[in-house]
Design a protein around this ligand. Structure first.
Ligand code: C2E
Ligand code: MG
Ligand code: MG
Ligand code: MG
Length: 277
């Protein structure tokens, strides 16, 4: 009888796994097709400057649209693209869309200094990466210095490769941002050694500070300021966070308080309202 029960349990689990596999395969097919057709959406989330009280930047965040599934968020397909190696092409498609956006807009007139693009650690394995970025940027008449590249610490695990790519980026005056600081194994020493212009405090660090669970965020900000790093705080959701983070010396704030990531046209409208009054 016991054996019967086990078999039943096994069946239930199998059913779940099969279902999950089906979903993953479906998503994989959509992903491959979308990348091939360069049919990815890029949303923009504003960065608010506490000094000028204006929107001075934006982070480009990828989405996928499927007729049946609707808008698909990156947590569902970035890991998948990383597992298949398609993240290399995905990254270039997103970068191209951003270049096209910059070409079609007068960023200076809008009051926007940079657009920020996420770079997966796996993209670092392509030694032609910066070369490819430059070629795409050139096709759109875009200077690499208008784009900030967000890199996470896991890219630093392969030191030789990381050193090489950092030099490549710096050769062309690209701006480098360390993303997700305070999530996982953050290493202050490494951050300070490399030529980052900006450090981005991860939402988890910011939120735990405001919940009273850590006190280090303030000290982290102090150290970054001493190193002349600009600081972005992520996950800013209310007015009191805006007030405190501004007082602590965070130069840029990003979060739902200002806006969620939105399509380009909506971002244009938002900037227009926000920066021109
Ligand atoms: P990230 O680079 O740390 O991006 C910030 C994420 O936090 C975004 O999620 C954004 O919507 C969310 N966020 C910002 N402010 C708030 C807030 O106030 N409250 C809450 N609850 N969330 C907030 P999103 O767009 O879903 O992106 C998730 C992650 O996917 C990104 O984290 C990034 O690691 C990755 N990603 C997105 N686009 C790309 C891409 O083009 N290339 C690569 N390699 N990764 C990407
Ligand atoms: Mg990012
Ligand atoms: Mg981040
Ligand atoms: Mg994050």
């Amino acid at each position: 009888e016991k054996c019967e029960l086990d078999r039943q349990q096994l069946f239930v689990i199998d059913g779940e796994i099969i279902n999950e596999m089906k979903q993953t395969n479906q998503l994989k097919r959509i992903l491959t097709k979308k990348i091939k057709e360069k049919d990815l959406l890029v949303y923009y989330q504003p960065l608010f400057s506490t000094k000028s009280k204006r929107i001075t930047g934006a982070e480009a965040l990828v989405r996928m649209y499927d007729e049946k599934l609707g808008i698909i968020l990156p947590y569902k397909f970035i890991p998948l693209a990383e597992s298949t190696g398609e993240i290399l092409d995905l990254g270039l498609v997103v970068f191209e869309k951003v270049c096209q956006y910059i070409q079609e807009h007068d960023l200076k007139e809008m009051g926007i200094n940079f657009i920020t693009v996420n770079v997966s650690p796996l993209q670092f394995e392509d030694t032609q990466l910066v070369h490819k970025f430059r070629q795409i940027a050139r096709d759109y008449g875009v200077d690499l210095s208008m784009i900030e590249f967000e890199i996470t610490e896991s890219a630093m695990l392969n030191t030789a490769l990381f050193d090489y790519q950092m030099k490549e980026f710096k050769k062309y005056n690209a701006h480098l941002v360390l993303d997700d600081f305070g999530m996982g194994s953050s290493n202050m020493q490494r951050l300070i050694t490399y030529p980052f212009s900006t450090a981005k405090l991860d939402m988890s660090l910011v939120w735990s500070y405001f919940k009273g669970e850590n006190h280090i965020m303030k000290h982290v900000i102090e150290i970054f300021k001493e190193q002349n790093l600009a600081i972005v705080a992520e996950g800013v959701e209310d007015q009191s966070m805006v007030k405190d983070l501004s007082e602590f010396g965070c130069e840029y704030l990003q979060g739902f308080y200002f806006s969620k990531p939105i399509p380009a046209e909506d971002f244009d409208r938002l900037v227009n309202q926000y920066n021109h009054n």
